[in-house]
Design a protein around this ligand. Structure first.
Ligand code: PLP
Length: 463
């Protein structure tokens, strides 16, 4: 199974740049087959502006993935750098272990004011995996201090990605990512996701929600700490929920005393046209995890936002959530996050996505005449095309075919054509698009042009 983003572009003739040489010798890239680059060029991105980035040769690319679902406000926002510099001059670092500082306080209050309901208590982390890891520890601890210490398990969905630290990895439902690192943190249980593309027509639309209840009953409700779900599941290709899915899940969680964690590391901050993904589907989680676009990734930062109910047992007397991360709430990152949220508000980025998502989606739907295009799905600026061998039978590719199609052809061709997006087969093969939230009609047109050409050639190749 191919699980990575990397692909190899053939070496351009001539001398390798010094950066290429140094990268080959010293940089250990993440989720990357380093061997692919022995005789191929490493894509070195050097600059960004709006929806575009440039490589070391000066070639421009449309960043159709927001640099891994991160740069929601777009590239080249000097004011985010200015906010970081001003903060570094004022107070470069202080910790949130027993101390507070103005930016962490202001950001916590601002997130609480933006988050729905009583999601009022913010615990900062350095990124998404740590946010998920922290959420799992918090739900275990919450139940323990309330006298239900047997509640330790976390129910997640198949193919969902929740991060790579051993706890977050135990929530991640991708066998190929897990198997090399077993044994993982005990207690990760998995249920079917909501990808209904191949469901039998007569299947109850809330089948996947009910599967969560079945699993809770199978495990024993008094062993289940929480259910963790993304509003729209990323891995597997932007999988939206069925109507009423989250309402049913909420009922199930309440019936069995499990907490509901909404993992919004991707879906928060405008990706789905709302501040938080849960708002789009009208459900109330007990904890939300965020990262990536909290700062539009101009500085690393994540957080969990807990409801008053979940935080309450830790707020009195000698009680303490005995967990911490040196960089949690880093003042420079917090200053960048505040400035990033200012941009979101000033430019009404959530509203822009809500206004433009039908046009974006319509553009992708228009590609359905290409034989390899099976399903088009997603929400907001978070959409995927599932690739199939046959549109009528929905027949998918074997692992080998998928490897050849995605790595041998699509990833490289899309990149060469100047479009950065994700060709992925952690479930069935998909191409994912998730542009910066400032993307508009012009960028949709460019994406369409590249996809039409490359997917048509891919269709011919697999025929
Ligand atoms: N949760 C979700 C839903 C994610 O998409 C990711 C990363 O893509 C993570 C958690 C892990 O975040 P990070 O890579 O910042 O550790």
């Amino acid at each position: 199974m191919a699980t990575r983003l990397e692909f190899a572009t053939p070496e351009t003739p001539g001398e390798r740049s010094e950066l290429q040489e140094l990268a080959r010798r010293h940089l250990w890239m993440h989720f990357t087959r380093m061997g692919s680059y022995v005789d191929h060029e490493i894509p070195v991105i050097v600059r960004g502006e709006g929806c575009y980035v440039w490589d070391e040769h000066g070639k421009r690319y449309l960043d159709g993935l927001s640099a891994l679902f991160c740069v929601n406000a777009g590239h080249g926002r000097a004011e985010l750098g200015d906010a970081a510099a001003a903060q570094a001059r004022e107070l470069g670092f202080f910790t949130n272990w027993s101390y507070a500082h103005p930016r962490a306080i202001e950001l916590a209050a601002r997130l609480a004011s933006l988050a729905p309901g009583d999601l009022n208590r913010v615990f900062f982390t350095s990124g998404g995996s740590e946010a998920v890891e922290s959420a799992w520890k918090l739900v275990r601890n919450y139940h323990r201090v309330r006298g239900e210490g047997t509640r330790t398990k976390l129910i997640a969905r198949e193919i969902a990605y929740h991060g790579t630290t051993l706890g977050a990895l135990a929530a991640t439902g991708i066998t190929g990512l897990r198997s090399q690192f077993e044994p993982l943190t005990p207690g990760g249980c998995h249920v079917p996701n909501t990808n209904s593309y191949r469901w039998p027509e007569d299947r109850d639309p809330l089948w996947a929600a009910d599967a969560i209840e079945e699993r809770i009953l199978f495990e024993g409700p008094d062993t289940v700490a929480a259910v963790i779900l993304e509003p729209v599941q990323n891995a597997g290709g932007c999988i939206p929920p069925q109507d009423g899915y989250f309402q049913r899940v909420r009922e199930i969680c309440d019936r069995h005393g499990a907490l509901l964690i909404s993992d919004e590391v991707i879906c928060a901050f405008g990706r789905l046209g709302h501040w938080f993904g849960c708002e789009r589907y009208g459900y109330r989680p007990d904890i939300v995890t965020v990262a990536k676009a909290l700062t539009s990734a101009y500085a690393p930062m994540g957080a969990l936002i807990a409801s008053d109910r979940v935080a309450e047992p830790f707020m009195e007397g000698k009680a303490m959530f005995a967990h911490g991360l040196t960089f949690g709430g880093h003042p420079v990152s917090a200053a960048v996050a505040l400035a990033n949220l200012d941009i979101f508000e000033r430019e009404e980025l959530c509203g822009h996505v809500a206004a433009k998502e039908d046009e974006f989606r319509g553009m992708l739907e228009s590609l359905r005449d290409i034989p390899i295009v099976g399903d088009v799905r997603g929400a907001g600026y978070f959409q995927a095309i599932e690739l199939v061998k046959d549109q009528d039978t929905k027949d998918t590719f074997t692992d080998e075919e998928s490897e050849d199609l995605l790595r041998g052809f699509l990833s490289g061709e899309l990149y060469r054509a100047g479009l950065i997006c994700r060709a992925d087969d952690r479930g069935d093969p998909v191409v994912q698009l998730s542009p910066p939230l400032v993307a508009d009609t012009e960028q949709f047109g460019e994406i369409e042009g590249v996809l039409r050409d490359v997917l048509t050639r891919a269709s011919e190749r697999v025929r």
